[in-house]
Design a protein around this ligand. Structure first.
Ligand code: B12
Ligand code: SF4
Length: 505
């Protein structure tokens, strides 16, 4: 079969002006197995190339696709644009079967299939094995010949689809036991120069492990992968080495939720990369508690190439940390930043606004707490109550001030706070970002840190953070003007229903 993989055309300030565009690893991971099984597969990265819907449909038609598979890493915020693309594809190619996957459709499959005939099949959860089975079933059914009939898919575990107009949820699929057995579709990347990070040359997103043993209430990733698993250390590092040698990849972005889960295994990964002396940089999300735990092996982080650690500190009080089940304490974050600094590794700390009822006092306390942590950069986020998370469930009755799910991307306020209007909270958050990043201590460090490479990285990040900051002010101003003109919110942009569905349903 001929399968077009489309990375949804979501515009993102973070990629356009901040870190740079990254490759859609999820699509590469479902593309690899079908490619290896002998199907013809083409990647259309509409996000990277900023393609219009018409151009995507044109490329899909030119390829002669039997099946179009779509997703985007910013799954919820990209949902409206993914549907829009599928409508264009169906209009241009009614016989083409459309398959949708990723986090958001995994949980909202029922309302999507009920309201959107442009979606034929939804793959729920981990995609590799399900996609391969699905494509084999579609090929066997000869489904592509007769639109929009997909044939009998009742034997394919892990999907939701329509049969005779009824929505059918097939049995779920157990988590993949051997992650190394599933080839990644690196050959689907046409131009490696399209993917770069932090101004450090070619970059690749890679994944050593899946899942997370923690259960933070605002996060759904621990449910999505169901249990923590990891790849074979040597085979994983072989892959990094091959990407570096064959494609000149200089920077690896780990997509893992929690790569550090087992200290010995993680130490093995770091030691294996370090002993190969690969001239590459690394970045990953790592819990503050694990950085503190790893104090005695942080030199290995550095030797392996760690340049950035993203740390979800989320808040500045132990009470809130325990309420969101973070499983760490304020002091962990404080120590982690210092340890990373001693090893010349940059820390980018995530802070979530809206975890408590924000007032000018809590915002001020947040700024003071962040200055005490003293991470190199702060990534200010807003609480986003995804329906499948425990927090989304708890917040069911809260006021939603942003019904447009294109903005459910953590960078826009979604839930109302009692004591501040959205405009006031926005100003508060922007002031925190401004005062934090322009703090004399931070500017002094950017100007004078002795390590040349680190100085360069700090300046790069400072410049690009500033551009995103200005863009968001501009976006907000334009949004207010548009709101004043009272543009109606289109149906597909309204918040999707809050039905939370277990992945194993
Ligand atoms: C690396 C990463 C980034 C990087 C790189 C993004 C990239 N292009 O690869 C950067 C920093 C740029 C980034 C940005 C954003 N990200 Co991000 N990111 C991640 C992270 C850490 C890993 C993503 C990943 O590659 N996972 C590994 C792959 C293999 O998993 P996967 O994509 O889910 O794919 C599997 C299945 O979902 C399924 N599947 C996926 N797609 C499809 C498609 C089809 C057709 C099928 C059948 C199956 C299928 O099969 C795959 C293999 O099993 C995740 C958190 C996490 N650990 O997962 C957040 C995450 C995906 N990001 C998220 C968000 C919100 C964003 C931003 C919108 C944030 C922002 N405000 O800017 C932007 C989007 C910008 C953009 N244009 O890409 C959220 C999405 C939540 C949601 N419900 O929408 C996540 C889950 C973080 C979180 N904890 O909530 N991100
Ligand atoms: S540690 Fe990170 S990935 Fe794990 S549950 Fe908490 S927020 Fe999610």
């Amino acid at each position: 079969m001929r399968i077009a993989l489309v990375n949804g055309p979501l515009r993102s300030a973070v990629c356009d002006f901040g870190v740079g565009h990254q490759m859609p690893l999820g699509l590469l991971m479902i593309g690899g197995p079908v490619l290896a099984a002998g199907h013809e597969v083409k990647m259309i990265d509409a996000a990277r190339e900023h393609l219009s819907d018409a151009e995507i449909a044109r490329r899909v038609a030119a390829f002669g696709a039997d099946v179009v598979m779509i997703a985007h890493v910013g799954s919820t915020s990209a949902h409206p644009c993914c549907l829009r693309v599928l409508r264009s594809v169906k209009a241009a190619l009614p016989a083409c079967i459309t398959v949708y996957g990723g986090v958001h459709p995994t949980y909202h499959f029922r309302e999507i299939l009920a309201g959107h005939p442009e979606v034929d099949v939804i793959v729920r959860g981990e995609g590799e094995a399900t996609t391969l089975d699905l494509v084999s079933a579609l090929a066997a059914n000869g489904s592509h010949a007769e639109a929009p009939h997909v044939g009998d898919l009742s034997g394919v575990r892990g999907i939701a689809w329509r049969s005779g107009g009824e929505i059918v949820t097939n049995a779920s699929r157990p988590p993949i036991a051997d992650l190394d057995a599933w080839p990644i579709g690196w050959d689907l990347i046409g131009d490696w120069d399209q993917y770069r990070a932090f101004g450090l040359g070619r970059a690749a997103v890679v994944q050593f492990s899946r899942g997370c043993p923690h259960t933070c209430t605002y996060c759904g990733q621990w449910m999505f992968w169901r249990r923590w698993r990891h790849r074979d250390v040597v085979r994983f590092v072989d892959e990094l080495e091959r990407l570096h040698r064959e494609h000149d990849v200089c920077f690896f972005w780990l997509a893992d939720e929690n790569p550090t889960t087992l200290k010995d295994v993680w130490k093995g990964v770091l030691a294996e990369i370090a002993q190969r002396h690969l001239p590459v940089g690394l970045c990953a999300s790592i819990r503050a508690q694990d950085i503190v735990r790893d104090a005695d092996i942080l030199h290995l982080y550095k030797q392996a190439g760690f340049l950035y650690v993203l740390m979800g500190v989320e808040t500045v009080t132990d009470d809130t940390l325990s309420r969101i089940r973070k499983g760490s304490r304020v002091d962990d974050a404080y120590q982690a930043v210092r340890l990373l600094r001693q090893h010349n590794i940059m820390s980018i700390v995530d802070y979530i606004f809206g975890l408590e009822d924000e007032t000018p006092r809590t915002i001020w306390r947040g700024l003071r707490g962040l200055l005490r942590y003293d991470g190199d950069f702060v990534n200010a986020l807003f609480i986003t109550p995804h329906s499948w998370t425990p927090l989304g469930h708890q917040m069911r009755d809260e006021t939603i001030v942003e019904p447009d799910i294109r903005k459910w991307d953590y960078r826009h306020q979604v839930v109302g706070v009692k004591h501040l209007s959205p405009g006031q909270l926005f100003i508060g958050v922007k002031l925190v970002e401004l005062l934090y990043h322009l703090h004399p201590r931070r500017l002094w460090r950017i100007l004078t840190v002795p390590d040349r490479a680190l100085r360069h990285q700090l300046r790069f990040a400072f410049l690009h953070t500033s551009v995103v900051f200005v863009y968001e002010l501009f976006e907000r101003a334009m949004g207010s003007l548009r709101r004043r003109a009272a543009a109606p919110v289109a149906e597909e942009h309204a918040a999707s229903a809050t039905e939370a569905v277990e992945i194993s349903a």
